[in-house]
Design a protein around this ligand. Structure first.
Ligand code: MLT
Length: 328
């Protein structure tokens, strides 16, 4: 009798194990959502859609991009933090709302470190300072001269309070010792539209969405790069840190996050899909052509992104205080 029960229990365990294994193997069994907390058409949206398209091919499931703009990305991030941790909702995060926000927002409703599981780090994107072609200030030095002689009169558009276009402009102004008036939008796309219309004097944007605007017939001029070195994609555009504001350097970092306690297998599977997608050399070359900087594999892992996020939250506490970046 005992033997019969032992066998029955063993068989039941096997069946349960097999069901668990096939449930795991089946993940993802339905479309997933990636929340992009900015308006469509901006650099975060463009990069996320490009990566999602490659990752979904590897996973065999659709990835739906949900644009949830506002408050520099913190509204979408807050929604993602409260989503079910079931492996079907993710947040496309960046250094604004996943690192600087805790130092900028008094009542942030999520903790970038405690409320999320890191999945993988995207490539980084340097930024470009642009002015309308019709602007009387066609170099970064001219812009700064104007700001010095006309305090508060220089307006820069940005993607929202705490967005990278806001943070990088504030850092640049602080290091240059000038005052820049910040004009916030729900994403870089509408901010860029007003720059092109000449409503504002300047804007920092990521290379991937800046580049298409910089054609000979386009309406914008690039006056400086936030990268330490010149970039072949932007011939003749100097790094701002070379002369205008010595040592100035910045780049936006991004990563994919899941609500805390998402099953580890889901996190692993999505990370692996990204790693496989990166073996498509034609795709990675296309990203490089857009000025996007690919990272070594060791920096893309869930553990590396988690560590990076925590250290960036600490870093931004110091930087936000030094640059006196505040919610205005
Ligand atoms: C930013 O400036 O933080 C983002 O690039 C905004 C966006 O992607 O629209």
């Amino acid at each position: 009798m005992k033997t019969f029960w032992n066998r029955a229990v063993a068989a039941a365990c096997l069946i349960a194990g097999a069901t668990g294994a096939s449930a795991q193997a089946a993940y993802p069994s339905k479309p997933m959502t990636w929340i992009v907390p900015f308006a469509a058409g901006g650099p975060t949206d463009a990069l996320a859609r490009d990566i999602a398209e490659k990752v979904q091919r590897q996973l065999g499931q659709t990835i739906v991009i949900e644009n949830q703009g506002g408050a520099g990305g913190t509204i979408g991030a807050s929604k993602a933090a409260r989503a079910a941790p079931d492996g079907y909702t993710f947040l496309v995060g960046h250094m604004g709302y996943m690192a600087a926000a805790p130092s900028l927002y008094k009542k942030l409703t999520y903790d970038p470190v405690k409320d999320f599981d890191a999945v993988f780090r995207f490539p980084d994107t340097p930024m470009v300072l642009m002015v309308p072609k019709s602007s009387p200030h066609q170099t970064a030095a001219d812009l700064l001269d104007f700001a010095r002689n006309n305090p508060g009169k220089l307006n820069f558009s940005n993607a929202g309070v705490g967005s990278t276009s806001h943070l990088v402009a504030a850092l640049f102004a602080s290091r240059a010792g000038v005052e820049i008036t910040s004009v916030a939008y729900k994403g870089a796309a509408p901010a860029l539209n007003d720059l092109m219309a000449g409503v504002v004097d300047g804007m920092f944007d990521q290379t991937n969405t800046a580049l298409p605007q910089l054609t000979p017939t386009g309406r914008l001029t690039a006056v400086g790069l936030t990268s330490a070195e010149p970039m072949p994609q932007f011939p003749g555009v100097p790094p701002l840190g070379a002369k205008v504001v010595p040592g100035f350097e910045a780049a936006t970092w991004y990563g994919l996050y899941a609500p805390k306690n998402t099953p580890k297998q889901a996190v692993q599977k999505v990370h692996e899909a990204y790693v496989k997608a990166l073996t498509d050399k034609a795709w990675t070359a296309k990203m490089t052509d857009q000025g996007i900087r690919l990272l070594p594999a060791a920096q893309q892992t869930p553990a590396a992104l988690a560590q990076h996020t925590a250290s960036e939250v600490d870093k931004w506490r110091r930087v936000a205080a030094e640059a006196k970046i505040q919610i205005d």
